[in-house]
Design a protein around this ligand. Structure first.
Ligand code: COA
Length: 569
């Protein structure tokens, strides 16, 4: 199948040209599976305008020259044939006598030889494969080479996307190259099997470097050549003119890597992306938006992913980032079918804290580390201080000691006193020790914050605990009382229970749950001794904290609590 563009001037005096479907072989009602541009869009020469699909191949019809899309004459789902006008383009006028020459150049309604050579699928050389001679239609070995990559020499190969023995589709990416201007995949020129990979990540390559050898069924004779050419076109290069290389990432002029701008979209599964069923222009479009084709359901012919599929997926991701959509929904049930019900409004605090708890739960991978602290000595000290504290109007509970002990552990393990930078690549290390504590109130859970716990003694901490808890219960907490925490303690010790899994108060990275201390028999090597044992449950954000660090943290904390001298000073 010969493939090219076909155009004529709509009005000899105007700079408007019609783009027509070129010679597409024996097909006379080919489906438009994707419209790649909108009216008003500016396009470069060779940008794909629409994608056509026969049962043999998909192909883009490219813009014959740079310009603006004035009108689109087809929609996805339409059937077209050779000569069908698909769009009108407004192109830069040549003016005066030049126009005639220009028109001649451009007007190639019969898709003649010269035009075909400019826009047909690339030659074997250009398409980056060198085929060893073989009879028509036989399997043969094909060297996959780096095509013309412009003025770049010694380009870094940043990724090898296939392994020996892999079955690859036509146009599937084989390796990814990166210059300071763009990253690009070198696609397979045919479907087949990778026999050997000749390069590795980090290698430098240039035009003509062999990156892999594949075994492919490559047609030879006239008719097969035509069919083969059609499938080569689907490899995409039609959109690039030389087109063997599909740009996958671009950098702006300042050299900023746009991958960092992908916001909340997750990293692309490169090997899956390379195998996805999509045309090159859809691949490029997905790359620009940071959309992972692996995750997108293709609604096109034979499950091919279309531009529209990519757009819909990105929209759904954006909605998900804003309001939790994109998560599987809990089914709505009419509970009244099963008995009497009453619908009451959620309290104000629950309405605020619910989404925050959910945001932490879905964003931070949570793990909870459990341990026990022997607080026998600590509790004896606490009881000894209790009457002094009471005389000052302070209620001395274990929580004040626990918060002081947490400061010691946070100093020892500074990662626990950090937040993950939104760029996902840095930690914000905090040099202060403001600790939140969860307070149960009639209206719901709140987290007042005691500032600079490191600078306060246990009496000060206990006093502030009591005052803030009182304010919390009376609904008198102000915003300033609940800001700036770097770590939170949630104590259910006054209520009971043996362990629980608190939710990290994100963007903090850890929270300590404390349950009720119980007297337990502890083996001292010779006897069981009664020891007052405090259960600790440390939940942490596993993106920041490893399990071993969490175990060390709780062990260290338990040791500090067991030897409580440092807490009272
Ligand atoms: N083990 C054994 N006893 C404990 C204990 C522990 N870990 N922690 C507290 N106690 C005791 C106290 O000593 C006190 O006893 P006492 O009156 O005989 O002296 C009693 O339990 C009640 O203490 P409490 O009033 O709860 O004080 P506190 O300083 O321990 O806690 C708050 C203050 C505000 C944190 C607490 O009242 C609260 O609201 N806890 C709930 C937090 C929560 O909801 N967490 C879940 C979040 S998901």
């Amino acid at each position: 199948m010969k493939f090219g563009y076909n155009l004529e001037k709509g009005n000899p005096m105007a700079d408007k040209i019609q783009v027509k479907v070129p010679d597409i072989g024996d097909f006379d009602a080919v489906e438009v599976i994707d419209v790649l541009v909108s009216e008003g869009d500016s396009v470069e020469a060779e940008d794909g305008l629409i994608t056509l699909e026969t049962d043999k191949a998909a192909m883009d019809v490219p813009a014959p020259e740079a310009g603006k899309v004035v009108s689109l004459k087809v929609s996805a789902g339409d059937k077209v044939a050779e000569g069908t006008v698909i769009a009108e383009l407004e192109v830069a006028g040549d003016g005066g006598s030049d126009e005639g020459a220009s028109a001649d150049d451009r007007d190639s309604g019969d898709a003649g030889e010269s035009e075909a050579s400019a826009t047909d699928a690339p030659s074997e050389e250009a398409s980056g494969d060198r085929e060893k001679a073989a009879p028509a239609g036989e399997r043969k070995e094909v060297e996959i080479t780096v095509p013309d990559i412009g003025d770049f020499d010694e380009v870094e190969l940043i990724d090898v996307l296939v392994s020996e023995g892999d079955e690859v589709e036509e146009e599937q990416g084989i390796v990814t190259l990166e210059t300071d201007k763009a990253a690009m995949d070198v696609p397979a020129p045919h479907a087949g099997t990778i026999k050997s990979v000749k390069v590795k990540a980090g290698d430098k390559v240039s035009e003509g470097s062999v990156v892999a050898v594949m075994e492919a069924l490559v047609g030879g004779g006239e008719s097969e050549a035509a069919a083969d050419s059609a499938s080569s076109e689907s490899v995409a290069p039609a959109t690039t003119g030389k087109g063997e290389v599909v740009a996958t990432e671009t950098r702006d002029t300042a050299g900023t890597d746009k991958r960092a701008d992908r916001g909340s979209l997750q990293a692309i599964d490169e090997s899956g992306f390379a195998k996805a069923h999509a045309t090159p222009s859809v691949r490029r479009f997905a790359r620009e938006l940071g959309a992972d084709l692996v995750k997108i359901h293709g609604s096109g012919y034979k499950g091919r992913i279309t531009h529209e599929d990519v757009k819909k997926w990105v929209k759904s991701q954006l909605r998900g980032a804003g309001g939790g959509a994109g998560l599987p929904q809990v089914p709505e049930i009419d509970h009244s079918k099963f008995g009497d019900v009453e619908r009451v409004p959620l309290g104000r605090i629950k309405k605020i804290s619910g989404p925050r708890l959910q945001a932490s739960w879905v964003n931070a991978p949570h793990v909870t580390q459990h341990d026990d602290a022997d607080i026998t000595k600590m509790d004896a000290v606490r009881k000894a201080l209790k009457s002094d504290a009471e005389s000052m109007g302070i209620k001395m509970t274990p929580l004040a000691f626990i918060m002081k002990a947490c400061v010691h552990a946070l100093r020892e393990f500074p990662d626990f006193n950090s937040s993950l930078d939104p760029d996902g690549e840095h930690l914000i290390m905090k040099k202060y020790f403001h600790l939140g504590f969860a307070a149960d109130t009639p209206n719901g859970l709140v987290v007042p914050v005691i500032r600079d716990v490191d600078e306060k003694n246990v009496f000060d901490v206990a006093r502030e605990l009591g005052e803030l808890a009182e304010k919390a219960r009376n609904g008198k907490l102000q915003q300033k009382h609940m800001q700036g925490a770097c770590f939170t303690v949630s104590s259910l010790g006054g209520i009971g229970g043996t362990a629980f899994t608190p939710i990290v108060n994100a963007p903090e990275v850890a929270i300590l749950g404390v349950s009720k201390a119980e007297m337990k028999p502890v083996w001292n090597g010779q006897d069981f001794e009664p020891r007052l044992t405090l259960p600790l449950s440390l939940s942490y954000d596993h993106r920041v904290i490893d399990g071993a660090a969490a175990a060390r943290f709780t062990r260290y904390l338990a040791d500090v609590l067991a030897d409580c001298r440092n807490l009272v000073m």
